[in-house]
Design a protein around this ligand. Structure first.
Ligand SMILES: O=P([O-])(O)O[C@H]1O[C@H](COP(=O)(O)O)[C@@H](O)[C@H](O)[C@H]1O
Ligand SMILES: [Mg+2]
Length: 570
């Protein structure tokens, strides 16, 4: 079917008049946008379905969301027959999130599924918590996380509180693809829709605080600056910090009010240093010790702390993960709870430092594909046999214990404060603790390059870049021989030194990773949430003592720059 033919289907009375009008205008005036709106259907990626809002099959609108929800309903009914099914729904601060949440509630209830709908915006981790807390079969959040304002999306959770993974995800997608838009049942059964709020909030915040309560000293001496970046965390994080005993908390007032335009930032992504600018400025004014900022759906968090010179420094996801993992394992050890049956979670594009840290305590590191859904899967599969301590990845965010099965910026915020407060109380700092981790293990330095390539052409360019990499294998990086090439699409681990190939036993994904003899790791993959191709760099050196940190860091930085040049990415 041509793009025009696909678009013309949307002129039928299956679609409301506003939608039909939008399509007519695209057909008449904007062929490029029309093509982008229809060249494919919305797909599930790393964090559910995410895209630009508007009319079309490749857009987020009541029909694409309705069809996904009808497919999910059909799958739930088929998979879990003879029971009263229930699904909990949350939504973020974005334009239309609340409206879309009601559409989704309507479709589920129309299919005789009980719906718990949050009364107002809530963090994504609260939804993950609520799925298990309320005993639901699935959960949905209407959010596009930290993407630009024109985006929205749909994260789907299974009954264990983790985002859907195989086999459910593919089977749900198959159900969705079977459907025609005319088959969506939008006729709500209001009796089946129950609005929820404060009771679940209290249970969630209490559980978050309890999850990371370590009787830390000096909480009152930690000056915390917090920003919700116009997102959902404002509902929970100030409350959680207060309940955890942090009294010196300063909120960036200009960013407190939820707003889908994110008016004070270019991008509401705490991974971008600019997003935390107002918060770090406030920290300078009031001599804050730690700055924390969360993304719109409150699953990722950015942390800035004072370096050895007292300047605010943004930690990256790998550093945060290492600090948190190290701290948690230490606490488990102090409590006498380590018995060889614990593990931490990480992902293939994350730093190997976390593996080193865990290993030094005799704790296993399980490594999955990119995304917390894979960590949630590990937790589920280990239930009853192993304890999950915590998990993280290169991308910002952390998950502690098993009460929330996704990254959770509420718990992680309290945890960051515990680490910082404990360090300060003993005359150290969170940054010094990080350097000590490098001294005790190895100094790892990571860097990420994301190339934005939008639309149909962009997607094609990204695909071609991956093809080129496969066709021109890299055999040496910065003078060190490539030892292993991992191709997660082919499921192969190629040992270039011995010329042998092993099979990788995790689901297929379009990712390439090169590891060299000197410990460098370079990974390439298309993002599953944004129109980007990502290149991850990780290099390793030794650090004898904290005093040498700057020197070693500069050497590692230079090495990364050489690699970037060598790969023609600069
Ligand atoms: O966007 P969020 O906060 O939901 O976060 C989501 O996307 C991140 C980036 O994924 P990708 O590299 O495929 O874009 C993932 O690392 C993360 O686990 C996932 O939950
Ligand atoms: Mg997010």
């Amino acid at each position: 079917m041509t793009i025009l033919e696909k678009a013309q289907l949307w002129l039928s009375d299956t679609f409301d008049t506003d939608t039909q009008q939008e399509i007519k205008e695209l057909i008449e005036n904007d062929k490029d946008k029309l093509a982008d709106s229809f060249y494919k259907s919305m797909e599930f990626g790393t964090g559910g379905m995410r895209g630009v809002m508007g009319a079309g099959t490749n857009r987020i609108n009541k029909y694409t969301l309705g069809k996904a929800t009808q497919g999910l309903s059909n799958y739930l009914i088929e998979t879990l027959p003879n029971k009263q099914l229930s699904v909990v729904i949350a939504f973020d601060c974005r334009h239309n999130s609340q409206l879309f949440a009601k559409v989704v509630a309507d479709v589920l209830s129309a299919n005789n599924i009980k719906v718990y709908l949050f009364e107002d915006l809530r963090p994504t981790p609260e939804l993950s918590f609520a799925v298990k807390h309320l005993g639901c079969d699935a959960g949905i959040v209407l959010t596009a996380s930290h993407n630009p304002p024109e985006y929205n999306g749909y994260k789907v959770y299974w009954g264990d509180g983790g985002q859907i993974v195989p086999p459910h995800d593919n089977k749900i997608i198959a159900k969705v693809n079977e459907l025609d838009f005319s088959e969506i049942n939008f006729n709500a059964n209001e009796d089946l829709i129950e609005v929820i709020g404060k009771k679940v909030d209290d249970a969630f915040v209490d559980a978050s605080v309890k999850n990371v309560a370590f009787n830390t000293k000096g909480k009152e001496n930690l000056k915390v600056v917090f920003t919700s970046l116009h997102g959902t965390s404002i509902v929970s994080i100030p409350d959680a910090l207060a309940k955890a005993g942090y009294t010196d908390v300063h909120i960036v007032e200009e960013q407190r009010i939820p707003n889908g335009d994110f008016p004070t930032v270019a991008s509401p992504n705490p991974e971008e240093p600019a997003a935390l600018k107002m918060a770090t400025d406030l920290a300078e004014q009031i001599q804050g010790d730690i700055v924390i900022g969360t993304d719109p759906d409150c699953d990722r968090l950015g942390i800035a702390v004072r370096d050895l010179e007292g300047n605010m420094k943004l930690l990256n996801g790998n550093q945060t993960m290492c600090l948190m993992t190290n701290f948690l394992i230490k606490k488990w050890k102090e409590a006498g709870k380590l018995n060889g049956k614990q593990f931490v979670g990480s992902t293939i594009v994350s730093t190997n430092l976390v593996n080193e840290i865990a290993e030094s305590y005799g704790v296993e590191t399980k490594v999955g594909l990119t995304g917390f859904k894979w960590i949630a899967k590990m937790v589920r599969e280990a239930e009853g046999t192993q304890d999950f301590i915590g998990g993280g990845e290169e991308s910002f965010g952390y998950m502690v214990g098993d009460f929330v099965r996704d990254k959770d910026a509420v718990t992680a915020t309290v945890l960051a404060c515990e680490i910082a407060a404990e360090a300060k109380a003993k005359g150290s700092s969170m940054y010094q603790e990080l350097l000590q981790i490098y001294v005790d293990n190895n100094f790892y330095k990571e860097h990420l390059i994301s190339l934005v390539k939008k639309g149909m052409d962009g997607a094609q360019q990204i695909a071609q870049m991956m093809v080129d990499l496969r066709e021109n294998p890299i055999s040496e990086i910065d003078g060190s021989k490539v030892n292993f090439v991992y191709d997660y699409e082919a499921s192969t681990k190629n040992n270039l030194l011995t010329n042998t190939v092993e099979t990788i036993d995790i689901p297929k994904s379009n990712v390439l990773i090169y590891e060299t003899v000197d410990g460098t790791k370079v990974a390439a993959r298309p993002s599953g949430t944004e129109p980007k191709i990502k290149f991850y760099f990780s290099v390793r050196g030794e650090l004898c003592c904290i005093e040498k940190a700057k020197e070693v860091e500069a050497e590692l930085d230079t090495k990364i720059q050489r690699i970037i040049k060598e790969m023609k990415l600069s």
